[in-house]
Design a binder for this molecule. Structure first.
Ligand code: AMP
Length: 219
């Protein structure tokens, strides 16, 4: 059996993790596991989990480690995750990184890709970001889909996320520095960290990532 290809994609909010993970999921035929998407789906469906996390997410704060660890644990039991996964937005804290290591064991993380993007650029990207509520496609506020409010991929509503408002953006970027930036040394110490310049076109970023994966003999 082929080894599992579990890849962690790190980077500040707005660094392009979602866009890249969608592409890489297709290229490697492994699921895109985004805890943010899973939590937003729960909020939209009005499940008890969604009701529990809605206000936390709107404020740009972090949901508890226990809760997201359980969510990821369950997701990894599904058949499509048996070949691996692209992890987007998880882990976000050291306890989550440790929980992930315990969960995956020897067949653990193969690579951690950090998308490096300067803070001014991510702030600008987040403020102008619009998303389709149905399929998650990402647009800019100047795109025709954002102006008309209709997704050209699926016809869903294109909206601005509550946590892409200025106050929440500030809160999220502060939390990133405090809780998530330490993961860079966590993965660096394990020899798994690769830095990719995220301030390039999406195609160039995808090329840079697939090159590294190839060079490491992972796919
Ligand atoms: P994202 O789409 O990754 O920016 O996530 C949106 C929001 O979901 C975050 O601001 C948090 O409130 C919550 N969230 C997503 N992933 C995690 C995580 N790994 N740990 C804690 N909270 C998370």
């Amino acid at each position: 059996m082929t080894a599992r290809l579990n890849l962690v994609v790190l980077g500040k909010q707005g660094a392009g993790k979602g866009t890249q993970c969608k592409r890489l999921a297709e290229i490697y035929a492994i699921p895109h596991v985004s805890t943010g998407d899973m939590l937003r789906a729960a909020v939209k469906a009005g499940t008890p989990l969604g009701q529990e996390v809605a206000a936390i997410m709107d404020a740009g704060a972090l949901v508890s480690d226990d809760l997201v660890n359980r969510l990821v644990d369950e997701r990894f039991k599904e058949p499509d995750a048996q070949r691996g996964a692209l992890l987007d937005g998880f882990p976000r804290t050291l306890p989550q990184a440790e929980a992930l290591e315990a969960l995956l064991g020897d067949d653990g993380i193969k690579l951690c890709i950090n998308l490096d993007v300067p803070i001014d650029l991510v702030t600008e990207r987040l403020s102008s970001r619009r998303v389709c509520q149905e399929c998650g496609n990402i647009y800019k506020d100047t795109d025709v889909e954002a102006i008309s409010g209709t997704c050209s991929n699926c016809g869903g509503d294109v909206i601005q996320r509550n946590d892409d408002q200025p106050e929440a953006i500030r809160a999220r970027l502060e939390l990133y520095e405090r809780d998530t930036a330490p993961l860079l040394s966590f993965y660096e110490q394990r020899g798994l960290l690769v830095r990719v310049d995220g301030d390039q076109s999406p195609d160039e970023v995808t090329d840079a990532i697939t090159r590294v994966v190839r060079e490491k003999g992972l796919a």
